[in-house]
Design a protein around this ligand. Structure first.
Ligand SMILES: [Fe+2]
Ligand SMILES: [Fe+2]
Length: 296
């Protein structure tokens, strides 16, 4: 919506992980690791967003959209880095994610990479296909951002405040920039068949990679014995509010596929902006930036 359009800026956050326990949702490794998969998927995924968008910039004929895309690139680069910085902490706690992240890197860099296409129609087709894939993925990053901003059950269960701040700072920026990828897709193409096809690909890939990531973490967690991830466990936590509810996820599908869809009809920008104005990491980043500007 027009009134919700705000200039996007990257916030240069940093987090200190030394006090975050392995099971940062106390007593619930399954919830912990289901959310931890984000640290494995997002660094490579968001680097890939940036890589693709840099190639799209010359196709943008609207200055405001170009500014939004540049703001989006800045924010996603920062998200990727912030999640990457959790990985050494996991290794220190005996959970080395390298075998899984190697697969994720292959997925984004090789399968969804540039491929050796000659300039012209094939190269443009592959670029538009990836722009549409990013729009579909961003429907889910906004969905998850909105979910985590409202997941008060995690606070009630004593989840680690630093991890919650990382997730909510990131989630709030996902809500804040949720229209950019879809607007870009509409601007360069907008074909409905492509929207449906790439949604199906993005959704299947996310489900596949996510369940593999959960299995990987549960199988390699040095402090968890004999606990197997299950769909029933996922549904139960959805009902309890420590993970997104299955029904809410299913209902988000026809919304994205409806012809009248626009991300501005989803989530609350006001809530996202309010969180960013109070996030400890975002506040620290703003203070450091002001100090640097004052010193310059
Ligand atoms: Fe992000
Ligand atoms: Fe995003």
């Amino acid at each position: 919506m027009e009134s919700e359009r705000i200039p996007l800026k990257a916030r240069n956050v940093s987090f200190s992980w030394q006090d975050t326990p392995l099971h940062w949702v106390p007593g619930d490794p399954f919830t912990t690791h289901t959310i931890n998969v984000l640290h494995l998927l997002l660094p490579a995924g968001e680097r890939w967003f940036v890589h693709v968008y840099k190639q799209v910039l010359p196709l943008i004929r609207d200055e405001r959209l170009r500014a939004d895309v540049l703001g989006f690139i800045g924010q996603e680069a920062m998200h990727s880095q912030a999640h990457d910085e959790v990985l050494p902490h996991l290794r220190e706690q005996g959970l080395d994610p390298t075998p899984y992240t190697a697969q994720v890197d292959w997925f984004f860099e090789k399968l969804l990479g540039d491929r050796t296409l000659p300039p012209g129609r094939a190269r443009r087709w592959w670029l538009l296909e990836r722009v549409a894939l990013i729009a579909a993925i961003e429907h889910y990053t906004a969905f998850l951002g909105d979910w985590v901003l409202n997941a008060t059950e995690l606070d009630r269960r004593g989840a680690d405040p630093t991890m919650l701040d990382l997730l909510r700072w990131h989630g709030a920026e996902e809500v804040e920039h949720r229209s950019v990828a879809f607007d870009l897709f509409l601007h360069v193409d907008g074909d409905y068949g492509r929207r449906v096809r790439t949604w199906a690909a993005a959704f299947s890939a996310l489900v596949f990679l996510w369940q593999r990531g959960i299995r990987f973490f549960m199988a390699n967690d040095p402090a968890t014995t004999g606990q197997k991830p299950s769909l029933a466990g996922f549904h139960r936590r959805g009902r309890q509010g420590t993970l997104p509810a299955t029904g809410d996820m299913l209902r988000s599908i026809p919304r994205y596929l409806s012809r009248g869809y626009h991300p501005s009809h989803e989530c609350s920008t006001a809530q996202a902006v309010a969180y960013l104005a109070a996030s400890p990491a975002a506040l620290a980043a703003e203070k450091a930036q002001r100090a640097a500007e004052g010193a310059a």
